[in-house]
Unconditional design. Structure first.
Length: 135
């Protein structure tokens, strides 16, 4: 029973967040939307799709990175374009529920390569971040 209530609460919160984000975008003048999109490095049309997405880019992707030993805050600063692209790709993923289940169980690597659209990028970042500095 508690699990069902928690799922309903999470779904309700996601819907409220989605509605608020879409309402905020709808209230912006087109010039402002273009400026925001340019500032975050995505096409104008992707703003709406990112606002109406699941919790993957906001919650699951950083959690996956942390469980793999990568610091999302560091990546956001040091690999900004890559991180933003990963968020965009994650937002298009249909397997976010499977991802959430795997992460909740601590199975961060189980099946990741079979469904995570960012698996190759995460692998490359893992190799890059754990390489000794070049001289």
């Amino acid at each position: 029973m508690t699990s069902m209530v928690a799922r309903l609460r999470d779904t309700w919160q996601r819907l409220r967040d989605k509605h608020a984000a879409l309402a905020e975008l709808a209230a912006c003048p087109p010039g402002e939307l273009h400026r925001v999109a340019r500032e975050v490095g995505i096409p104008d049309g992707d703003l709406k799709s990112l606002a109406s997405t699941h919790p993957g880019p906001r919650d699951l992707m950083p959690q996956r990175l942390e469980q793999l030993g990568l610091d999302p805050a560091f990546l956001m600063v040091e690999h900004t374009a890559t991180y933003r692209d990963m968020q965009r790709v994650c937002g298009t993923c249909a397997e976010w529920r499977r991802c959430a289940r795997d992460l909740a169980k601590g199975d961060v690597e189980i099946g990741m390569s079979s469904y995570c659209l960012n698996a190759a990028t995460i692998d490359a970042l893992t190799v890059d971040c754990f390489q000794p500095p070049r001289r």
